[in-house]
Design a protein around this ligand. Structure first.
Ligand SMILES: [Fe+2]
Length: 239
């Protein structure tokens, strides 16, 4: 179904111990964007800021298309696809996990995962973001990657090297290990028993109006000016 999620950069974190897939899912049901976790009919959660709040890094033009057309389209599609099925009423994050890796359910998975990933992405940024992460997250990055800068470089490399459409992620895996990884198309660490901490959308629709083909410039600006370490920390605390 999905072309694969690919590389990991990781190290061991001695913080939480084992986090099972069910635990991660439950945590995200509580910790992810609330409206995205509710059962069908799924509602598109409101943007956590105004459409021009991320300028000049991401323009209101990009946000209006990205949020208003692309994200909304995935939410509408998944509602159509689950109507009258046993999946109707299932929390969105559970639907993603249930339909992963089954070619028969590819359309449901792709739209459900994209609906979930986008809600998560909006919260992964904030006006006036970037800078230093909270102390605990910073220490984890130090232990695993050698520092915040090195972790950001891993994220930028993951985002830049994702061939075609996809996502770059900071996540904690089922063994309590901090990972930087990239996924293709709609794929998400949520479907892999991991707890996502934050994500960067590297589909062209995320940056092409503002940066054309310069994906690296978009990713660097997001990491420098917008990335929401507090959101990552909140997800880590719930992992
Ligand atoms: Fe997107």
């Amino acid at each position: 179904m999905k072309t694969a999620h690919s590389t990991h950069s990781s190290g061991t974190i001695h913080r939480r111990g084992f986090i099972g897939a069910a635990g991660a899912t439950a945590a995200l049901a509580a910790g992810g964007p609330a409206a995205a976790a509710a059962g069908a009919p799924y509602r598109q959660p409101p943007l956590p800021y105004s459409e021009n709040a991320l300028e000049p890094v991401i323009t209101s033009r990009t946000l209006s298309f990205h949020y208003g057309k692309h994200h909304r389209g995935y939410v509408n599609n998944v509602n159509e696809l689950v109507k009258g099925t046993d999946w109707a009423g299932m929390p969105l994050d559970q639907l993603v996990v249930q339909t992963a890796d089954n070619p028969e359910y590819a359309a449901v998975f792709n739209n459900a995962a994209q609906a979930w990933n986008h809600a998560f992405y909006w919260n992964s940024m904030r006006p006036g973001g970037g800078g230093e992460p909270p102390a605990e997250l910073k220490k984890m990055m130090q232990d695993v990657f050698g520092g915040v800068k090195a972790c950001c470089k891993k994220l930028a490399d993951a985002a830049g090297s994702q061939f075609g459409s996809g996502w770059a992620w900071l996540a904690v895996d089922g063994h309590g290990t901090l990972n930087v990884l990239k996924t293709a198309n709609a794929d998400t660490p949520l479907a892999r028993g991991m707890t996502p901490l934050l994500t960067i959308d590297v589909w062209e629709h995320a940056y092409y109006l503002d940066y054309q083909n310069r994906r690296g410039a978009y990713v660097a600006a997001v990491l420098d000016k917008l990335i929401n370490w507090d959101f990552a920390m909140r997800n880590l605390e719930r992992a």
